[in-house]
Design a protein around this ligand. Structure first.
Ligand code: SAM
Length: 199
């Protein structure tokens, strides 16, 4: 699989990944990580956990992927075709404010993305999905109807809802991703957090 550090790409195989993960029991995947700020912040705060950020776009990752954090790794991949090296490793998936094909894949019951996520996760893995109103409206839904659709698909594909709650501008401001900050000061600072667990 292709990993990135600044402007440089490296191929990392099963063995190389296993070496990086020695000593870590909790491995968190931030899917659609954007500029990787969330991964860096979490890796600094929780040094006993390993954080993997994945995004299809490498440009935004240049700066944060350069940081020398032993418990963080950035991978260039599409959510619809996750590296097989990750199979069975992930204890917690986080999807923060998806848009584009990542959001479309969460909304589509055909060849469900959340079903594919079963392959990379461990038994009883957790998943937190943060959905924002503007992205769902752009995709042809309302915040509530889009969240309902995703919750339905998630629950039909091997996961169970643990909680669902609303996020307002104040909560978005305190959330450690670049996009959350942008939304908090934008026109429609509404979002929904959906927390689920693998059955
Ligand atoms: C609105 S941004 C959110 C970024 C970050 N999670 C945050 O909160 O700051 C959505 C991200 O999803 C990524 N994305 C969209 N479709 C994707 C796909 N199919 N596979 C991987 N990443 C994707 C985009 O490149 C973008 O970085």
């Amino acid at each position: 699989m292709e990993t990135i550090r600044g402007r440089t790409s490296h191929q990392l195989d099963f063995t190389g990944l296993a070496e990086r993960l020695v000593g870590y029991n909790h491995i968190r995947l931030d899917l659609g990580t954007g500029d990787g700020r969330f991964v860096c912040r979490m890796a600094e705060q929780h040094q006993d956990r390993f954080f993997i950020g994945i995004d299809a776009c490498r440009e935004n990752l240049r700066a944060n992927s350069q940081r020398k954090l032993p418990n963080a790794l950035f991978i260039i991949a599409s959510a619809q075709s996750l590296p097989k090296e990750l199979n069975g490793l992930i204890s917690h998936v986080i999807i923060n404010f998806p848009w584009g094909s990542l959001l479309e894949s969460l909304l589509s019951s055909e060849d469900s993305l959340v079903r594919q996520l079963l392959s990379v996760t461990r038994p009883f893995a957790r998943m937190d999905i943060h959905l924002n109103a503007e992205a769902l409206v752009t995709a042809g839904w309302t915040l509530e109807s889009g969240a309902d659709q995703i919750e339905r698909i998630v629950n039909a594909n091997g996961w169970r809802t643990k909680s669902r709650s609303c996020m307002d501008a104040q909560l978005l401001r305190s959330f450690a991703t670049t996009w959350a900050k942008r939304l908090a000061f934008g026109r429609d600072p509404r979002a929904i957090q959906l927390s689920v667990q693998k059955e």
